[in-house]
Design a protein around this ligand. Structure first.
Ligand SMILES: [Mn+2]
Length: 304
């Protein structure tokens, strides 16, 4: 039986890309036929340099009725690609909360939902647990390392755990990718993102359900965001006007400076964030104390 390793329908960041490619490789190393399928468009975190590493993957899949599905970096069943048959999901790997019970009830211990910084950390741990860490390809090792660096904002974000640091150290020893690479990687992303700003903001805006209805969070991860809210405000407003029927914010991790800007012109969006996160907006902008990832904000907002 063939296994399709896939993720969220809408778009893929480096964590999705790394997990799908590396986990399909792990299954192949165990003698199981498997294909990584990455639908939707890539966020700016999947840079041309990373694509040049040459990972193989498909972008679409049509079911022949006999395959299993593994979902990585996603556990919200509403966000799965339409080709996924939910009754043939064999495993889930994710690091976002909200759907743990749903999956435990359906696939028990095959649901691996754990709050680490990167889903890539969970996949690397599977290589070790299943004694395949010496067989990992250079491409998969590099992708997993990049996923950890990206999803923890180079270990500056509050979601980083000891497990991510251990995984990074081990993958760094295998790949030789160092601190110097990390900074180059973030600057490359910033360059791409600023050149195609509206396209990437649209790809990186997520709508999710809270107890009081839908909420939209756009995200722009950038090495130095000092000028962004002056120079790109019109484009921000243009994209976010597509979400004016619901509360919205744009989360802007200012990575090298270690805090976020949170931008919003949505009255309801600002009210909710002020109340829940204790932030204060001035001229549509709030700043945080440390670096916050969108998944943290989503977790907090879901509980309201
Ligand atoms: Mn992730």
């Amino acid at each position: 039986m063939k296994t399709i390793v896939t993720a969220e329908a809408k778009g893929a960041d480096i964590d999705v890309f790394a997990c799908a490619v590396a986990y399909a490789e792990l299954l192949s190393l165990e003698g199981k036929e498997s294909i990584p399928v990455i639908p939707g468009m890539f966020t700016a975190s999947v840079t041309p340099s990373i694509l040049a590493w040459g990972a193989k993957y498909e972008t679409i899949y049509s079911s022949d009725g006999s395959e299993n599905f593994v979902l990585v970096d996603i556990s919200d069943p509403d966000q799965f690609p339409s080709f996924v048959f939910h009754n043939r999901i064999s495993e889930i790997y994710d690091h976002r909360s909200g759907h743990e019970t749903y999956w435990k009830d359906r696939i028990q211990n095959n649901a691996h939902i754990e709050m680490v910084g990167a889903c890539g950390t969970l996949i690397w741990e599977q290589f070790k647990k299943r004694a395949k860490e010496k067989d990992i390809s250079m491409v998969s090792a590099k992708l997993l390392l990049a996923s950890i660096v990206s999803n923890t904002l180079a270990f500056r974000s509050l979601n980083v755990t000891e497990r991510d640091k251990v995984a990074y150290a081990e993958l760094s020893a295998i790949t030789g990718l160092s601190e110097e690479w990390i900074q180059k990687y973030f600057l490359e992303q910033e360059d791409i993102l600023l050149k195609n700003f509206e396209q990437y903001l649209r790809a990186d805006t997520k709508v999710f359900k809270t107890a009081s209805g839908d909420f939209a969070i756009g995200q722009i991860e950038i090495w130095d965001a000092t000028d962004l809210l002056n120079t790109r405000k019109n484009e921000l407003d243009h994209i976010m006007s597509e979400y004016e029927s619901m509360p919205w914010i744009v989360n802007i991790p200012n990575i090298s400076k270690g805090f976020n800007y949170v931008y919003s012109k949505s009255l309801r969006g600002k009210e909710i964030i002020e109340k829940v996160c204790g932030l204060k907006f001035e001229n549509d902008i709030a700043t945080t104390k440390g670096l916050l990832m969108r998944k943290y904000l989503m977790k907090v907002l879901r509980e309201v």
